[in-house]
Ligand binder design. Structure first.
Ligand code: 26Q
Length: 837
């Protein structure tokens, strides 16, 4: 098994699955056809990118046939459909994924070999679609894969940002941002649909009219227009039976629709207006913190909501005369509060445009919408100032006030005279700057609110919105996140995928619980051997990448300790650095050699305006520079920061990871999804009692994971009682004192010794808000246990195999099945594919 080359192994998997009628010569012809007639190039003169485009267009042909078939199927059977609204989709590259799900990987490899073209080089020609920041956007992408794989009628809706998440350079150890102009050469995956463009009015004022029947009839007047042009991206499920659509909108202007300019006939102003309109979908907001009061972001959110709802209503009206069946045919899901204006927009459409009575419209709205919360951090909760909303969306603000009025009356009928409670539950935050609380709006306007792990849902109920939980306990539920095993195991780790398939068959690809059948092999010396070989070749590949990008040579026999995710104080990359500094000082000052050589691997982007996060990147690179150059610790410890963390880099890191760092302060990471990808690929987790990491422990067993640190309740009590004093740890523990002092001494920044003093002060003088010192001792001890465990390769491998075998729960297929059954009430429209082929 283990002496086969990757290519041969991959072929084994896909030959078995191959159900595609296409032959190698036919596929080759299609590629050549596209090179010539779509790109206008002679084959021999195509650049790398053009080769990619020609191959992608050939694959797109296969996708489009199946996409049209899928849409016909939905039209014929008129099933209930889900519409997933998300400001972010972190898709990454699509060519290999599409080939793999169509089971055309081998076919394509053979075809390209015949043409004398390197397969991997063609794959590298694709720009990544980085239309997301991190976890939330990547989750949306995994969910699309699962919906299609399970044959669920589901559409994604988003924005077609011209610039995705910024690219990260590391310059003198600091992060530098560069624009990601990913659409500069167009995308072969997007089908523009100008005929379905959508007209969106904004700004203007409300005229308070009375209709013929004497009813109040508000008129939204003097609005400006932007146009949303849809671009459809085919999303193919594994096996190729279902191809759903992700519809992303680009903003365009339409001067002739703009009442004001049209009336004035001012040409230059119209052109300026056009430029302004087109900036709306220009760039993804690069943050997981909310920046208050950004008008452009509000307009982006409304563009998504307005275009999507028009599309949904248009499709519904094609086959239904009234709105009576709307909620039984349409589910609309809000990925966080970013699209929560959908509550007001759906009410506006039903009441203003379709003359529905308020009560009936409200019943439909609540029954249609559902909402996922992804964050507890107070600074990440969306609020829009009343004055901005009044300016941009006056009618929506009016509707929100009416919703609030009726809602508070309901609360008052349950808890009369409880003014404090009314204040807390109101959709409007009173104060100097009145603001609409989007969490409250999403909660009130939907029938379901879910958290993304068991612990997170518990915190949502008891601490984020306890009043709402008391009022409507039945609305709250948990949907633990998941990740797609197609991208994160089958494609990212083909060697492990083949080892698994040759051992237990291929059913696991669409039924990840089947990995349990690997459990008996954890003790099998032959399997262990094969497993170790697979991991070693992934690690060897990563050593090359590390050398290419960081010029640091590392050994694949060292323990690869990996901390990759967005840089954020709550995620505590700093805790990891403290531990590294401690290890280093023990070596050079105490002469203690660690049990095993280790490579600490970091990667991740900091929001451009997040000073502390950017300083932490500089800290990691500075510590790396000193340690990597110190001859006293050669071969024992290395620290690297891989620039520009993104989906494709994660695909290379995950299979090569021994230890996965999931060390957020308990109660801060809603779920995490990286944690799942690593465990599924055989990394052992060192982590806190936070997010879904707790559920990973429940699955893999306490003896196969390293959990440490304070739990949510302990932290809460220490906070409440004012009993956390970081200085006590500093004075009590000489190791902690020694490592903390390096932040003040300039050991890691001799050119500017005060550069990291802020860390010393923030931790010791400003209360250490993320409890680094409270968890440091147990983290250090636990890292010691990790090293001891790694010294026993067979014992370690056994644990790693059990991690793979027991992480089936964390497939996004399981998550989507739960959403479909318990929230959306949708069913597969075809039987799921039979992975045995
Ligand atoms: C909001 C307003 C204005 C600008 C930006 C934003 C914004 C953008 C992105 C706010 C939040 C985000 C992203 C949040 C996010 O990724 N949360 C993560 O969601 C994952 C999927 O559920 C969880 O696993 C992570 O724990 C959670 O941090």
């Amino acid at each position: 098994m283990s002496n086969r080359r990757p290519e041969q192994q991959a072929r084994l998997t896909s030959k078995k699955h191959s159900d595609v009628a296409l032959t190698v010569p036919a596929f080759l012809d299609t590629i050549r056809y596209h090179a010539r007639y779509s790109l206008g190039k002679r084959w021999g003169l195509c650049s790398g990118r053009e080769l990619f485009t020609a191959v992608a267009l050939a694959v797109r042909d296969a996708l489009i046939d199946r996409m049209l078939e899928t849409e016909d199927r939905y039209q014929q059977t008129d099933p209930k459909r889900v519409h997933y609204l998300s400001m972010e989709y972190l898709l990454g590259r699509s060519l290999k994924n599409n080939l793999s799900n169509l089971r055309m990987l081998d076919l394509c490899r053979d075809a390209l070999r015949k043409m004398g073209v390197d397969f991997e080089e063609v794959m590298e020609g694709e720009c990544e679609a980085a239309l997301g920041n991190g976890g939330l956007g990547r989750l949306a992408a995994c969910f699309l894969d699962s919906l299609a794989t399970m044959g669920m009628p589901g559409y994604g809706y988003g924005l077609n940002y011209e610039y995705g998440l910024f690219k990260q350079d590391i310059d003198n150890g600091y992060q530098k941002e560069k624009p990601d102009n990913w659409l500069i050469h167009g995308s072969p995956w997007q089908i523009e649909r100008p005929d379905e463009a959508c007209i969106v009015p904004l700004y203007g004022r409300i005229e308070h009219g009375i209709d013929r029947a004497g009813q109040y009839n508000p008129m939204w007047m003097d609005w400006k227009i932007i146009v949303g042009v849809p671009h459809d991206m085919p999303i193919v499920g594994f096996g190729g039976q279902t191809v759903n659509v992700l519809r992303v909108y680009s903003a365009r202007s339409s001067a002739e629709f703009d009442m004001q300019i049209f009336n004035e006939g001012d040409y230059l102003k119209a052109v300026e207006q056009q430029i302004a309109s087109e900036t709306i979908s220009k760039v993804l907001y690069p943050s997981d913190l909310v920046e208050a009061g950004r008008e452009l972001r509000l307009v982006q959110e409304y563009l998504l909501v307005a275009c999507t709802l028009r599309d949904i209503v248009r499709r519904y009206e094609k086959s239904h005369a009234t709105f009576d069946q709307f909620a039984s045919k349409v589910a609309i899901h809000l990925n966080d509060t970013h699209p929560a204006l959908a509550v007001a927009e759906l009410m506006r459409i039903l009441v203003d445009e379709h003359a529905q009575p308020w009560e009936k419209a409200w019943e439909t709205t609540q029954a249609t919408l559902s909402y996922t919360n992804h964050t507890l951090m107070p600074e990440a909760l969306e609020k829009w100032s009343v004055s901005l909303l009044e300016y941009v969306l006056p009618r929506h603000l009016q509707i929100i006030y009416e919703v609030n009025h009726r809602f508070l009356a309901q609360v008052a009928s349950v808890w009369p005279d409880d003014h404090e409670r009314l204040r807390r539950m109101s959709l409007i935050e009173e104060g100097e700057q009145k603001a609409v609380r989007m969490v409250n709006l999403a909660l009130v306007g939907s029938h379901s609110t879910n958290g993304v792990s068991a612990l997170h849902t518990q915190i949502v109920k008891t601490s984020l919105v306890p009043d709402f939980y008391q009022l409507w306990p039945e609305k709250f539920n948990t949907k633990t996140n998941g990740v797609t095993p197609r991208r994160w195991l089958l494609q990212a780790n083909p060697l492990l995928a083949d080892l698994i398939t040759s051992t237990i068959g291929s059913d696991w690809i669409t039924d990840l619980g089947k990995l349990r059948a690997l459990e008996p092999y954890a003790q099998d010396p032959d399997f262990q051997q094969a497993f170790m070989m697979v991991r070693r070749s992934s690690k060897t590949l990563l050593t090359q990448i590390i050398y290419d990008r960081c010029r640091v040579a590392v050994s694949p026999d060292a323990l690869f300790d990996v901390h990759v995710k967005r840089i954020h104080e709550y995620k505590r990359q700093l805790l990891n650095v403290m531990q590294i500094i401690h290890q280093y000082l023990r070596m050079i000052q105490d002469g203690i050699t660690p049990p095993v050589p280790r490579v600490y691997i970091f990667a991740g982007k900091a929001a451009p305006g997040y000073w502390a996060a950017k300083q932490i990147i500089k800290l990691i690179t500075s510590v790396g520079q000193v340690i990597n150059a110190d001859p006293r610790v050669q071969g024992l410890i290395k620290v690297v920061f891989l620039p520009d963390y993104r989906v494709s880099l994660a695909e290379q890191i995950v299979p090569a990871t021994d230890v996965s760092e999931q060390i957020s302060m308990a109660g801060t990471e809603a779920s995490g999804t990286g944690n799942m990808k690593f465990a599924m690929n055989g990394a052992l987790t060192i982590g806190t009692h936070d997010g879904a990491t707790i559920e990973i422990m429940d699955e893999v067993g306490q003896e196969n994971i390293f959990l440490f640190g304070l739990q949510v309740e302990e932290i809460r009590q220490m906070r409440a009682g004012g009993s956390y004093h970081p200085r006590t740890y500093y004075h009590r523990n000489p190791d902690i004192r020694r490592l903390m002092d390096t932040f003040a001494s300039g050991l890691f920044c001799p050119d500017e010794p005060s550069r990291f003093r802020w860390i010393y002060e923030s931790v010791l003088d400003r209360g250490d808000p993320y409890f680094h010192l409270a968890d440091l001792e147990s983290y250090i001890e636990t890292q010691e246990r990790v090293a001891q465990a790694f010294k026993d390769p067979v014992g370690w491998t056994c644990k790693a195999i059990l991690n793979v075998a027991r992480t089936g729960k964390f497939s996004s297929d399981r998550a989507i099945a739960e959403y479909a059954r318990e929230i959306w009430n949708i069913k597969p429209s075809s039987s799921p594919p039979d992975a045995t082929g």
